[in-house]
Design a protein around this ligand. Structure first.
Ligand SMILES: *Cc1c(COP(=O)(O)O)cnc(C)c1O
Ligand SMILES: [Zn+2]
Length: 414
């Protein structure tokens, strides 16, 4: 019922651990028999499933038995009234993927890849990572009893490196950019029989990304939104968001999904957004230098497919200023109480641009994807001016005076 299809030449082959087409070397993806899927699932059968990504197991490369999991997915879709008001949107929603077990949407990919790796007898789980994937692979390997070997560029946020290490992974820090790390991992995939989840298990890994869009549509009452804003690193999440909408139609769960898919990147690393804005099909690689380290992939593996998906949906792409990233994070935290890492700031800044450009109207339904928790990047949150009171001693009169100073109010009004 599940097979692999080449994304370039379209040839089909059996479902097995493979990632490149033997005819044209194009990347493979998982293909489903929708006649069969339609027999098996319905909105009701999904609603009876677990409150995790496994409620969509018929549209995933799922194992035969019970999957190993940490409780990934089915994160809240929050109606963002305050942020919506600030931006002039009446129907703005946040998909809060900071709520996943290790604090990022990567758990969706890794949950799928880990179960695939177990089914096919791999003993080592590995990845090349911009930070969040390393923690996720480390946690799932611990849960599954596999060895974890994670590769990262030097200089990532300490919270991300520390978490991966705490879960027991061997953390390999490599001099250079993520793209150098990824090239190394592609070589290692030929040397070791490891499940390098985003390299030789990429067709299975990337399927996990679809569940974010599945959930959004289900949580909106089986209706696709008018717009979705997706942060882009390698482009897997965005490309698979488009695949998810098509599959919901194929499975008969919705009749249409006219969603405009928008890509959000930061100026310091925006190869996909640049291609979309220029109308180019090819991605020109860049050397990343961005505060949004989780998105800092200069030569994105799925960049071309992501750019195509944006264009095909009628969406657009943003490359926000680097200093808009922290502002976006602060705005999200202050208005909605959600602490995100820089990727969330990139998305909020991108949304602001799209609204300012008139690409999104007030009355349309908009979902933005908040894909990573700010609890891993706390070094970015200093106490801001006007938000700090320091008392030498624990005296009420000192507090009254200090409060009056920051609020510019007369002292002694208590
Ligand atoms: C990896 C990552 C992304 C982007 O994922 P791709 O599928 O590689 O484009 C977005 N947000 C966060 C927080 C991530 O860690
Ligand atoms: Zn091919």
């Amino acid at each position: 019922m599940k097979r692999l299809r080449c994304r370039e030449c379209g040839r089909l082959r059996d479902f097995e651990p493979a990632y490149v087409c033997e005819h044209c070397f194009g990347p493979l993806e998982v293909a489903y028999d929708f006649d069969e899927v339609r027999q098996r699932i319905s909105r009701d059968s999904i609603a009876r499933g677990p409150n995790t990504i496994w409620r969509y197991r018929d549209l995933l490369p799922a194992p035969e038995g019970e999957p190993i999991d940490l409780g990934t997915g089915f994160t809240s879709l929050v109606k963002a009234r305050n942020l919506g008001k600030a931006l002039g949107l009446d129907h703005l929603y946040l998909k809060n993927d900071t709520l996943n077990p290790t604090g990022s949407f990567k758990d969706r990919n890794v949950a799928v890849a880990t179960n695939f790796a177990l089914s096919y007898g791999f003993d080592t789980l590995s990845c090349s990572s911009t930070g969040n994937l390393a923690g996720s692979v480390a946690a799932y390997a611990a849960r599954a009893g596999l060895r974890a070997m994670v590769f990262i560029p030097a200089g990532l946020e300490p919270g991300k490196v520390g978490a991966a290490s705490a879960y027991g992974a061997t953390v390999v820090e490599v001099g250079g950019t993520y793209d150098d790390v990824n090239r190394l991992c592609a070589e290692l995939a030929d040397l070791y029989r490891w499940a390098i989840v985003n390299v030789n298990l990429r067709p299975f890994y990337s399927e996990g990304s679809k569940t974010l869009a599945f959930e959004i549509v289900e949580q909106l009452g089986w209706r696709a939104p008018d717009h979705i804003v997706v942060p882009v690193a390698a482009g897997s999440l965005l490309a698979k968001t488009a695949k998810a909408f098509q599959e919901l139609i194929g499975a008969g769960l919705v009749t249409e999904a006219p969603t405009r898919i928008h890509a959000a990147q930061a100026q310091g690393c925006a190869p996909v957004s640049t291609a979309v804005q220029r109308g180019a099909d090819a991605i020109t690689p860049v050397r990343p230098n961005s505060i949004a380290k989780s998105l800092a992939i200069g030569n994105p593996a799925d960049g071309r497919y992501a750019a195509r998906a944006v264009r095909a949906s009628g969406g657009w792409a943003t490359a926000c200023r680097e200093d808009a990233v922290l502002d976006g994070m602060a705005l999200l935290a202050e208005t909605e109480g959600i602490l995100s890492e820089p990727a969330g700031g990139v998305v909020v800044a991108g949304l602001q641009e799209l609204v300012a450009q008139g690409r999104i109207r007030r009355d349309e339904t908009v979902v933005i994807c908040i894909t990573g928790s700010g609890l891993k990047t706390t070094e970015l949150f200093g106490v801001r001016d006007g938000h700090r009171l320091q008392l030498g001693k624990a005296r009420a009169s000192d507090f009254v005076r200090a409060l009056a100073e920051v609020e510019n109010a007369p002292a002694g009004v208590v």
